[in-house]
Structures are given as structure tokens and as C-alpha cells.
Design a protein around this ligand. Structure first.
Ligand SMILES: Cc1cc2nc3c(=O)[nH]c(=O)nc-3n(C[C@H](O)[C@H](O)[C@H](O)COP(=O)(O)OP(=O)(O)OC[C@H]3O[C@@H](n4cnc5c(N)ncnc54)[C@H](O)[C@@H]3O)c2cc1C
Ligand SMILES: NC(=O)c1ccc[n+]([C@@H]2O[C@H](COP(=O)([O-])OP(=O)(O)OC[C@H]3O[C@@H](n4cnc5c(N)ncnc54)[C@H](OP(=O)(O)O)[C@@H]3O)[C@@H](O)[C@H]2O)c1
Length: 424
């Protein structure tokens, strides 16, 4: 029995370690030249830009048994996080298990096993595969009619603010990426327009000088997320300021139903008039951008921070992951297990502030616990399989944000721990 892990980002590294520590033979393929996934700055898969800092604090984000150095700031920079993953892989002796500069270009079912074809041409069969290929690498660009004579790029291509020097800049999108890029642009550009569609909640990074997310993680009892939203939303609106007071759309969802914006600077700049809001872009015409309300502006650079597509380009048959075209995502039990007992597992496919890398490691500990239970505790493994099948047979939950992969971090981590206990 040999298992393959695809990807050596935060989720892939956790998977290699979980399987190896459970005594399961495992090897991994990584298309990049080193570990770290998104955090390997400049790598083909990475959407991280030079100014990136974590939005989740270091104590809530680091793997449970590998804290970040005490002298690091509460929200480390991407340079520190890139080093963190290299240190993690060294500390737990994961490097020898990973082949670098060689991705999986094809994965197909053959005789009950999975045949992987690697970029460099080799073909190997595996008994199971943990797919940890990340979901922030394939840009989602809106289709905009007309031709633009300036520079257009997706945020994935954006690396540093030098490109904005003395230019008329348009940023589209109000996710955490769009907000960071607006702040980057303000210090360089001649003018900054910000095209926004849906609303979202804003939370500050610090409250009383302490990382705002820490207290949530100390909760002994997991209150339902609707109740937590009702309790905490007024504080977020008081501390960061109601977004609509800055001219932004009022969020239509509750605080804990989506990943919030963790960026106080962008509201400050909005409030002091460094950036002007616009509706979504309707069309281009030469240097002009026409917006949905008919406004028209001359622009030199347009950056679309409009999110990412979930893709598994190597997988021959997407049905093996219970693909749901209406979400553009698979429907998986606990975001990990497809309904068919086919040896495929997905790690890291989630949206949810607060899950951090401990949450990804719990996913992969659960995969290892399930694989071991199949031989050691067959009744528990079968009961778990029935849970998977029941969940996947039910209609997909339309109310979950982020391609239907959003999870509430407190409930999710509790459920993963409980499932591991049942199988161990
Ligand atoms: C700007 C930015 C800031 C972020 N900030 C935070 C934060 O503060 N807190 C937080 O928790 N999360 C944050 N995230 C989310 C981030 O995605 C996660 O922290 C984490 O990187 C996800 O890990 P992953 O292993 O699932 O995916 P990735 O990090 O994307 O790693 C996937 C890996 O798989 C490899 N791969 C893909 N396809 C193949 C293939 N076919 N063969 C071989 N290898 C392959 C890729 O090369 C890559 O190395 C941020 C993301 C971005 C873009
Ligand atoms: N510093 C950090 O730690 C940091 C930085 C960046 C990203 N991240 C994380 O990385 C992940 C991806 O973030 P992301 O911001 O790249 O993507 P995202 O969260 O998917 O946000 C995309 C945004 O683009 C908007 N949008 C889509 N099409 C649009 C259009 N045509 N016109 C105007 N707006 C449009 C969306 O609006 P709708 O809401 O209307 O769909 C949404 O606000 C998230 O988990 C995020 O938290 C973290």
C-alpha cells in the first residue's frame, strides 16, 4: 500500500506528516521548487504579494505543535511564513518524502488503484491519493466586453506596488486581496478607483492592542454561529465602523457566514478620500472604463482581485470527487471525503477564517485515522462511511459561501476532533 500526496503547501505538508506518522507509506509530488504552497513567493502557484501579512494571528494559525517564534509579530509577513514552512518540513523530516519540480499532470482510476502521470513523464500506481493542490491558483476573471488599451491583470499576477507609480489605477473586488491591493496602490498611484460588488463585514486586527481573533479560540463552549454572529457583529461594526458609513454595500450575510475583511487601513483611506468607490465594471473602451451605473473614468491599470476557481486539472473524472457544477466545487463530507470509497481524499479545500493550519492538520489526521480504522476498527470505519454517504446523498447546502466550501471554524474543528476520536 502506498499513498500519494499532491502538493506540499500547508495542507500537503500536514498530509504527508499525518500519513507517515500513522505508519502508512507515503510520498508526495510538488510542482514548485520548494515547500510552502501559496507562501513560496514568486512560485507558479502563489497568489501572495510582497506586502502580504497573515490576517489570522500567528497563535491561531500555526500548526498546534509547531508555534511560530515568540519574537515574531502577531501577524507575520509572507517572508516569515515562507521560512516557517521550510522550518516545519525540516523539523519533521518531510523533505525526503517529496519530489520537487514535478507535478501530477494526470490522475486516472485503473484496476482499483490510482495511476499518476508526472510532468516529467513517469507513471506510478498508488492505493490512495490525498489531493492538496490548493484553490487560490486559478484566477477568476469577469468577462468584460470591449477592448482596454491600458494594462489589465488579475491579482494572482500582482506582486508589488511599483507598477502603480503615478498611474490612474482601478482595483475590482472587495475580498481580502482587493483590500490589501487598494492600500498598496494608494501610496504610489496618481488616483485609485475601487469597484465593489457584494458587501462584507470588517473586523480590526487588534482590539485593546491584542490580536482580535485570539479570544474566539479560547471559547470552551461552541455556541451556534448564528448566536455568535448576533453577539459579535455589533462589536465588529462598532470597532471597525459600519461599512455602509464609508459608502460600501451593507453585508447581506451574518458575520460568521463568510470570511470577513481583516483590514482597518482600507476603511481609513476610504474615509479620508484617498480612494473613490465605483460599481462593477460594465465595459472597456480604449482607456475608458464604463461602470454599471454609467459612470466612466480614464484608467491606466486595472487589477481584478475577483477571486479564484476551484480546479483539479489532472483528474480524469471529476465525478470521482462528487463535482457540483452549480458551485464549481465538489461536495465532500467534512470537505474531505467523496461519497464513493475510491481512495481519493481532499485536504485544504475550505474557506473559513480561524481554521488555520491546525484545521488543515486535523483534516489530514482524520484521513489517516480513517485509513487505519479500515483494518484496525472496521465497525467504526463502516459507521463513518455511512455518515459520508448520508451527507453526500442530501442536497448540497446552497447557503454555504465561498463556492460552498465555507466552514465555521469552531464547529468544524470540533467535528473533526470528534470524528478522529471515533475512529482511533
Ligand atoms: C494573499 C493571501 C493571504 C492569505 N492569508 C491567510 C491567512 O492569514 N491565514 C490563513 O489561514 N490562510 C491565508 N491564506 C489562505 C492560504 O491559501 C492558506 O494559508 C494555505 O496556503 C492553503 O494551503 P494549501 O496547501 O491548501 O494550498 P496551497 O498553499 O495553494 O498549496 C498547494 C500546493 O499544491 C501544489 N500543486 C498544485 N497542483 C499540483 C500538481 N498537479 N502536482 C503537484 N503539485 C501541485 C502547488 O504548487 C502548491 O505548492 C492566504 C492566501 C492568500 C492568497
Ligand atoms: N492578508 C491576507 O492574509 C489575505 C490576503 C488576501 C486574501 N486572503 C485570503 O485568500 C482568499 C481569497 O481572497 P480573495 O480576496 O482573493 O478572493 P475572494 O475572497 O473570493 O474575493 C473576491 C471578491 O471579488 C468580488 N468580485 C467578483 N467579481 C467581481 C466583479 N465583477 N466586480 C467587482 N467585484 C467582484 C467578490 O464580490 P462578491 O462578494 O459580490 O462575490 C469578492 O468581494 C480568502 O480566503 C482570503 O481571506 C488573505
Amino acid at each position: 500500500m502506498t499513498y500519494l500526496v499532491i502538493g506540499a503547501g500547508p495542507a500537503g505538508l500536514a498530509a504527508i506528516r499525518s500519513l507517515r506518522d500513522a505508519g502508512l507509506p507515503v510520498e508526495a509530488a510538488e510542482r514548485n521548487f520548494d515547500v510552502g504552497g501559496q507562501w513560496l513567493f514568486g512560485a507558479q502557484s502563489s497568489a501572495v504579494y510582497a506586502s502580504t501579512h497573515l490576517i489570522s494571528s500567528k497563535s491561531t494559525t500555526a500548526y498546534a505543535d509547531f508555534p511560530m517564534p515568540g519574537e515574531w509579530p502577531a501577524y507575520p509577513s509572507r517572508i516569515q511564513i515562507e521560512q516557517y514552512f521550510k522550518d516545519f518540513a525540516k523539523r519533521f523530516d518531510l523533505y525526503p518524502l517529496i519530489r520537487f519540480n514535478d507535478g501530477v499532470s494526470k490522475l486516472a482510476r485503473t484496476g482499483g488503484r490510482w495511476r499518476a502521470t508526472f510532468d516529467k513523464g513517469e507513471t506510478r500506481d498508488f492505493d490512495g491519493v490525498v489531493i492538496a493542490n490548493g484553490h487560490l491558483s486559478d484566477p477568476l476573471m469577469p468577462e468584460i466586453p470591449g477592448a482596454f488599451s491600458g494594462t489589465v491583470l488579475h491579482a494572482k499576477e500582482y506582486k508589488s506596488p511599483g507598477i502603480f507609480e503615478d498611474k490612474r489605477v482601478l482595483i475590482s473586488g472587495m475580498g481580502n486581496t482587493g483590500c490589501d491591493i487598494v492600500v498598496d496602490a494608494i501610496h504610489r498611484a496618481k488616483s485609485v478607483l475601487w469597484s465593489v460588488r457584494g458587501g462584507n463585514h470588517f473586523v480590526p486586527k487588534f482590539v485593546g492592542g491584542k490580536p482580535a481573533d485570539e479570544s474566539n479560540h479560547r471559547a470552551k463552549i461552541v455556541l451556534p454561529k448564528w448566536l455568535r454572529s448576533r453577539l459579535h457583529e455589533p462589536f465588529a461594526r462598532l470597532l471597525a465602523g459600519p461599512p455602509e458609513r464609508f459608502g460600501l454595500p451593507k453585508p447581506e450575510h451574518r458575520l460568521y457566514d463568510r470570511t470577513p475583511i481583516v483590514n482597518s487601513l482600507v476603511l481609513l483611506h476610504l474615509g479620508q478620500g484617498d480612494v473613490s468607490l465605483r460599481k462593477p465594471v460594465k465595459a472597456f473602451n480604449g482607456n475608458s472604463v464604463i461602470f454599471e451605473d454609467g459612470k466612466r473614468d480614464e484608467v491606466d491599470i486595472a487589477v481584478f482581485a475577483t477571486g479564484y476557481r476551484i480546479t483539479f486539472p489532472f483528474l480524469e473524472d471529476l465525478n470521482a470527487l462528487n463535482w457540483q457544477p452549480q458551485f464549481g466545487a465538489p461536495q465532500l463530507y467534512m470537505n474531505v471525503f467523496p461519497p464513493e470509497d475510491n481512495g481519493l481524499f481532499v485536504a485544504g479545500l475550505l474557506e473559513g477564517a480561524g481554521v488555520g493550519w491546525p484545521g488543515r492538520a486535523l483534516q489530514t489526521d482524520l484521513i489517516a485515522a480513517y485509513l487505519k480504522a479500515k483494518a484496525a476498527k472496521p465497525a467504526a470505519a463502516q459507521a463513518f462511511r455511512r455518515e459520508i454517504e448520508r451527507y453526500c446523498a442530501a442536497p448540497a447546502d446552497k447557503d454555504r459561501g465561498g463556492h460552498g466550501i465555507f466552514v465555521d471554524f469552531l464547529q468544524y474543528k470540533r467535528d473533526l476532533k470528534r470524528a478522529i476520536e471515533r475512529l482511533s
